[in-house]
Write a protein that binds this ligand. Structure first.
Ligand SMILES: *Cc1c(COP(=O)(O)O)cnc(C)c1O
Length: 343
């Protein structure tokens, strides 16, 4: 059965073109730097984001943790939003791998208040103080918002004043670029390093990239080896990543339009309210009605629709390449059936 899968944009299976590219990929041993397909992919993302170099890694979590591990010394402090992926969804990796302390700040719907960042920076040497090693930003934010660049500009200025590098978690940087109406490099320019996911809306089966200066990426290659991420004929998967960057970026706009359409249709219910601005391919909403959530999930599942359970009463539906308008209409129709049967 072909499910309508709204759980995430990570459920996207590779396209036919990706499967062919993978089959035909020219490969070598990437630990020796010999894989032409990996090298091409790394060059491609570095050029798109106007950075000197890039490194291919297995996942977005890997890319972020490699960035922390490369920028920081053990015992450093990293300043970032308390609602970021690095804090919320990376299983505490920062304390295990880089051995850093995360200094979190409450954000305003994903926007990190610059004055709070300034406040948290360790400004003097004192044997009691950890050193501020890094500031992390996220765009698009995992709450579905594209963060305005005026905010990044202010934080960059503060970081420069204290000589602190910035890492941008750009897992969905291409979604942010479309939502903000700017080139991806215009977002990347505020950061020293950027992580990018190929396996979300871009449909590649596996893979992320970390981008930065030549020297930073050189250090990261050794750290990646420590983390067990030195892959051999990785061109097999990088080949799909090349198709992702070449062919799948511009169509993300369709996912954004479908998410807006989905939000509009959900509002028809009257008792459903959308709780976050719909900037990219995610719709967050609350159902203000008494119902049995397990029965709801079950009902949809039996009818070929997969969704995640709510988190603190909030549902998240994600649109992507394999979700078409008619699928959204089908979901709305079934939800109406379910809720009308309750009355
Ligand atoms: C998905 C995601 C990641 C990394 O995800 P992996 O599942 O490890 O590939 C990192 N940051 C953000 C904001 C994400 O949405």
């Amino acid at each position: 059965m072909d499910y309508i899968d709204l759980r995430s944009d990570t459920v996207t299976k590779p396209t036919e073109e990706m499967r062919k590219a993978m089959y035909n990929a020219d490969v070598g041993d990437d630990v020796y730097g010999d894989d032409p397909t990996v090298n091409r992919l790394e060059r491609m993302i570095a050029d798109i984001l106007e950075k000197e170099d890039a490194i291919f890694v297995p996942s977005g979590t890997f890319a972020n943790q490699l960035a922390l591990f490369t920028h920081c010394e053990r015992g450093n402090e990293v300043i970032l939003g308390d609602d970021t992926h690095i804090v919320q969804h990376e299983a505490g990796a920062a304390s295990v791998i880089a051995g850093v302390q995360l200094r979190t700040i409450e954000t305003d719907k994903g926007v990190l208040p610059p004055e709070k960042v300034l406040e948290r920076i360790r400004k003097v040497e004192d044997i009691h103080f950890p050193k501020t090693g890094l500031i992390c930003l996220e765009n698009a934010h995992s709450n579905g918002r594209a963060i305005p660049l005026e905010n990044f500009e202010k934080i960059r200025k503060i970081a420069d004043d204290y000589n602190i590098p910035i890492h941008l978690d750009g897992a969905r940087i291409f979604n942010a670029s479309i939502a903000l109406g700017v080139e991806p490099k215009e977002i990347a320019k505020y950061a020293d390093s950027v992580s990018v996911c190929l396996s979300k809306g871009l449909c590649a089966p596996i893979g992320s990239l970390l981008v930065g200066s030549k020297e930073f990426i050189q250090d990261a290659r050794k750290k990646r080896k420590i983390m067990g991420g030195g892959l051999r004929q990785a061109g097999i998967i990088a080949a799909a990543g090349i198709v992702a960057l070449e062919k799948m970026r511009s169509r993300l706009v369709e996912d954004h339009e479908n998410a807006k359409y989905l939000a509009k249709r959900l509002e028809e219910f009257g008792y459903i309210n959308i709780v976050e601005q719909v900037d990219i391919n995610m719709v967050f909403f609350r159902i203000n009605k008494k119902f049995d959530e397990n029965k709801f999930l079950d009902y949809l599942y039996k009818n070929g629709i997969k969704i995640n359970p709510s988190e603190d009463g909030i549902f998240r539906f994600v649109t992507h390449y394999w979700i078409k308008r008619k699928d959204i209409d089908r979901v709305i129709e079934l939800m109406k059936e379910f809720f009308e049967a309750l009355e």
